[in-house]
Design a protein around this ligand. Structure first.
Ligand SMILES: Nc1nc2c(c(=O)[nH]1)N[C@H]1C(S)=C(S)[C@@H](COP(=O)(O)O)O[C@H]1N2
Ligand SMILES: [Mo]
Length: 166
């Protein structure tokens, strides 16, 4: 099987009015449009996607911008060590160490087509280390907030994903 599960697009996700903001401990906060993002160099990453709910989508080919490219252009302060990646669906957000986030891809294409909204388009985070948990693959990424200390509050993704298991 090489299909992701079809979930409904939650309320609050309006992909016609999409921006990616880079905020927090940066010298140059950014706001990127869809075309800003896809005009950056793109790379491809292929991997299986496995959800804790017990399904696997094999051999998905993601294409997108290396998060490092976006983060670097915001000039993070020297003390920046973490980031909270926020989404358009309410308070869904996932925290990362910055070095790991830098290696991730902000995917704008899936299997050769523009990433559909139902799977997180315009941009979905794909941690590039092949060791990630399903909830870390943040759909509809709308803000990356850099911080110097680990964001505890607001890091809702794991709890949300685990609460879906009956
Ligand atoms: N913004 C956002 N991203 C999210 C989630 C979510 O609820 N909101 N769920 C996560 C979980 S637990 C899984 S398994 C995948 C599901 O991806 P799919 O809907 O493309 O199958 O999205 C992940 N990213
Ligand atoms: Mo999941």
């Amino acid at each position: 099987m090489n299909h992701l599960k079809r979930h409904e697009i939650p309320h609050g996700v309006d992909t016609t009015d999409w921006n990616l903001r880079v905020t927090g401990t940066v010298e140059r906060p950014l706001r990127l449009t869809e075309s800003d993002l896809s005009s950056l160099p793109l790379e491809t990453f292929t991997d299986d996607f496995e959800c804790v709910e017990g399904w696997v989508a094999e051999d998905l080919s993601w294409r997108g911008v290396r998060a490092e490219t976006v983060l670097d252009s915001a000039n993070p302060t020297a003390g920046s060590e973490y980031a909270l990646v926020r989404a358009m669906d309410g308070d869904y957000a996932c925290s990362f160490r910055l070095d790991r986030l830098s290696e991730s891809i902000l995917a704008v294409e899936l299997d050769g087509d523009p990433l559909p909204a139902e799977h997180g388009g315009p941009a979905r985070l794909i941690p590039g280390d092949g060791e990630s948990d399903c909830w870390e693959s943040v759909k509809w990424v709308s803000e990356i907030e850099l911080t110097e200390t680990q964001p505890a509050e607001g890091d809702t993704a794991k709890e949300t994903a685990l609460s879906r298991i009956g």
